[in-house]
Design a protein around this ligand. Structure first.
Ligand SMILES: Cc1ncc(COP(=O)(O)O)c(C=O)c1O
Length: 430
């Protein structure tokens, strides 16, 4: 392995000084691990170490890494049509994918607008909602209702509907368009507060945007389907659009294929991304109901949706997404999620009762250990690597979002690592 190690050192040393990493204080952070290759639920480092992956690359790689079915589909596509612009041109992979996504959606969510990242899909959803009203001559509905604890992405529109106080964009408070933030209506009090807000401000509001059932990057909080039914009822009562951001929850992560299916609620617009291509290529989509699309259907050219990312509906990414949907059809992914759920429940249970542990919770293939606080995230992350696991806590959360195809023993190694390292932290040894 020596030659590989020195090979890696060359490109690492030569390139690292030119990189700017995500969510990273470049001055103080530990250097990132150099990855040579991936397979299944494994990340192989250039120094030969092999880590079991607890995160599935921000929960995108739902079929594990380097799945041959997706690889073969992308290779075939690369040989015939890697990409064409989507202005004036279309291709089979995109149209097939649009048809298949529409078929997976509840109700009449059937018009698919492709983009290349989750944040952009959220921007498009917000733009659709604003223009839905503008196209009807209504110019007062400029604001959104969003929820404390929510996260919708890192572009400015998405930042503005992310929790402005506790969210990661807090520095930009006062610099972004101001929307309304309330608690999710999980109880009588918060439901009344939402009603009061809508009663007072409905004519200024274009719609509500929410992560259904799981607030992900804002703290991995779970809530019930009844809350979503309340949101649907409130949106209907005041004639507002309801946007579900399923970029985290979509494609089985929270248990059902989509959270809206579990809740039996049809939003007006839904965003999907992340696991759409099985973690291989960047692709996202914003999917609208018929009434939304109808508001743009006009002889007036100014009523068109003026959006068109250069790489929208990239043919390689669409081929990967179609191959990923094949795997959902052919293989028992949702049963695997159920089995992972049970294993996470059992495997993380010993964390309950540890001094620093506030909560242990599991939903679908998401396992969370919430701590009172984590003082040294970098140190904790490094401890997991020492245990042979790639687990990346944030805030006060240690979480697992493994591939749905992870082996039972691999999953035990992950939960054992969490129990061990959280135990050390609780005992004050980290
Ligand atoms: C619910 C939700 N919305 C939007 C995004 C942004 O997606 P992307 O990172 O692809 O821009 C994320 C990413 O974590 C997310 O979890």
């Amino acid at each position: 392995m020596e030659w590989k190690r020195s090979g890696a050192a060359d490109w690492y040393a030569a390139g690292f000084g030119h990189l700017w990493l995500p969510y990273t204080q470049m001055k103080t952070a530990r250097q990132p691990l150099a990855v040579a290759r991936t397979h299944g639920s494994r990340i192989v480092l250039t120094d030969g170490r092999e880590l079991i992956d607890g995160i599935a690359s921000w929960w995108t790689a739902c079929h594990g890494y380097s799945h041959p079915h997706i690889g073969a589909a992308v290779e075939r596509q690369l040989a015939s049509l890697p990409h064409v612009m989507f202005g004036g041109l279309v291709h089979e992979q995109a149209l097939t994918l649009a048809r298949r996504l529409a078929a997976l959606m509840p109700g009449d969510l059937g018009r698919v607008f492709f983009s290349e990242s989750g944040s952009v899909a959220v921007e498009v959803a917000m733009k659709m909602a604003l223009q839905y009203w503008l196209n009807q001559g209504i110019r007062t509905r400029k604001r959104f209702v969003a929820f404390r604890g929510g996260y919708h992405g890192d572009t400015t529109g998405a930042m503005a509907v992310t929790d402005p106080a506790a969210g990661m964009h807090v520095l930009f408070r006062g610099f972004l368009p101001e929307h309304f933030f309330v608690d999710l209506p999980t109880n009588e009090e918060s439901t009344a507060a939402l009603s009061q807000l809508l009663e007072r401000h409905a004519t200024e509001i274009a719609g509500l945007i929410v992560e259904p059932l799981v607030q992900g990057a804002g703290g991995m909080r779970f809530y019930d389907a009844e809350t979503l039914r309340r949101l649907r009822a409130a949106a209907d009562r005041y004639g507002l659009l309801l946007i579900f951001d399923e970029i985290f929850t979509g494609f089985g992560r929270a248990g059902a294929i989509f959270a809206c299916a579990e809740a039996g609620v049809v939003p007006d617009i839904i965003t999907v991304g992340k696991a759409l291509t099985g973690g291989t290529l960047p692709l996202a989509a914003t999917i609208a109901r018929r009434n939304i699309f109808d508001a743009f259907w006009s002889d007036d050219p100014t009523h068109a949706l003026m959006h068109g990312p250069t790489f929208m509906a990239n043919a390689l990414a669409c081929a990967a997404a179609n191959a990923s949907l094949d795997l959902f059809e052919r293989e028992p992914r949702l049963q695997q999620v159920k089995a992972i759920s049970a294993a996470l429940e059992g495997g993380l249970a010993p964390c309950r009762g540890l001094a620093e542990v506030k909560d242990v919770r599991v939903k679908g293939a998401i396992g969370v250990v919430e701590l009172a606080r984590i003082d040294d995230l970098d140190r904790l992350r490094a401890r997991f690597v020492e245990e042979g696991a790639f687990i990346r806590p944030f805030g006060s959360i240690v979480y697992l979002t493994p591939a749905f195809t992870i082996g039972a023993e691999e999953l035990v190694r992950l939960t054992d690592a969490v129990v061990k390292v959280v135990g050390e932290l609780s005992a004050g040894r980290i």
